[in-house]
Write a new protein. Structure first.
Length: 369
């Protein structure tokens, strides 16, 4: 038998909040729960939402920092139950399905995620989800999240979720917007010994005057940026090595008769490759700092990265190049075009590496802060 806190973020939800609270109370009376509470996190409502919450004896948490994630974090931190469940206040998620989640919690699951899509057995009622979200945005973001984070869920944006609070507290969360749903799911999955996804039904919300707080493009791109930055970048690393093979192929045909074109292609390809490789390492380092589980073996490379030595090496090569160029101009040395440009390219690569190493220092500074 579990104890349960239900957290509902709220911003001007007088049209639908009562439907949610009535259903939750009904379930609490039917199910045997050791302890139960409803927490309504108000994000600055100016309508009668708080009056409705008080009518149903819900705990009210006032969260001044705006945002879906910000509201949920405040409610979860204030919760007193062993398990926490959250869902939206618009009645699009049917709280009468709460027993499904409670059953799984009683079976020892630490994370129970709802799924609205048929791919996970769920159902989306007509008019419950915009066409672009149902057939493009959600499936695409869920797919790349599965690829980049190796999670098993079909619906990463589903806002009907239950989890053990002790599992939640193993992590820290930096997202305050809608992307919190994704960050929270990934970190809970990484920290849970037992997790599952269960089918639910998404209904058309009860809003009449008010509109959804989800901003399709801005929230979608925030999630995409989050996944690409914090996820597993092996795909990009593979792309980088494909570029390397391409450059190696070009080098086979490198000759002085077409030196300018070859130097240009070789230079741009090499610089592009280096930046992809560095982004791979940056991503692993940053995501580890942000609380995602990463392979520490990859990040051990930073022990061997030293700004001081890199700067001295790059500066030395620059001085050598200047001396060689002067010697060539004075006809002391007779060098061909390809050699000079290759040497210049080497200096550019060294300074590019130097700048990337400097970025590592900035990242480490923010970690300390």
């Amino acid at each position: 038998m579990i104890s349960l806190s239900v957290v509902i973020p709220c911003l001007n939800e007088e049209e639908s909040l009562e439907f949610c609270l009535r259903k939750i109370k009904k379930i609490f009376l039917k199910k045997k729960i050791k302890f139960s509470e409803i927490i309504v996190v108000d994000n600055g409502s100016t309508d009668d939402s708080l009056k409705i919450a008080k009518k149903y004896k819900a705990r009210i948490i006032n969260q001044k920092i705006r945002g879906y994630g910000s509201a949920l974090k405040a409610g979860i931190n204030a919760s007193r139950g062993e398990y926490v469940c959250f869902a939206d206040a618009d009645d699009s998620y049917n709280f009468l399905e709460l027993p499904k989640f409670i059953k799984k919690a009683n079976q020892g699951y630490e994370l129970i995620q709802g799924c609205r899509f048929p791919s996970g057995g769920g159902t989306i009622k007509k008019g419950a989800m915009p066409f672009s979200h149902q057939y493009f945005g959600n499936p695409f973001l869920s797919l790349i999240a599965r690829i980049f984070f190796k999670i098993k869920f079909n619906d990463i944006y589903c806002g009907f979720r239950m989890f053990k609070k002790t599992t939640y507290k193993k992590n820290f969360y930096f997202s305050n917007g809608m992307e919190f749903a994704v960050e929270n799911l990934i970190k809970l999955d990484q920290s849970s010994s037992k997790s599952c996804e269960i089918p639910i039904t998404l209904h058309r919300d009860k809003r009449i005057k008010n509109q959804s707080h989800l901003k399709t493009f801005s929230d979608g791109f925030k999630t995409l940026k989050f996944i690409l930055t914090c996820g597993n970048q092996s795909i990009l690393l593979v792309l980088g090595f494909l570029i390397l093979f391409y450059v190696a192929g070009k080098l086979v045909f490198f000759n002085s008769s077409s030196s300018f074109d070859n130097v240009l292609i070789f230079g741009l390809s090499t610089l592009f490759l280096i930046q992809i490789i560095f982004f791979f390492f940056f991503s692993n380092l940053i995501s580890e700092y942000l609380g995602f589980k990463k392979d520490n073996i990859i990040n051990r490379i930073y022990k061997y990265i030293n700004f001081n030595y890199s700067f001295i090496i790059a500066l030395s090569f620059l001085i050598i190049f200047i001396l060689i160029y002067i010697a060539d101009s004075l006809k002391i040395l007779s060098l061909n075009f390809s050699f000079l440009n290759l040497f210049l390219l080497l200096i550019l690569i060294l300074f590019q590496i130097l700048i990337n190493i400097l970025i590592v220092s900035v990242i480490e500074f923010f970690k300390k802060k």
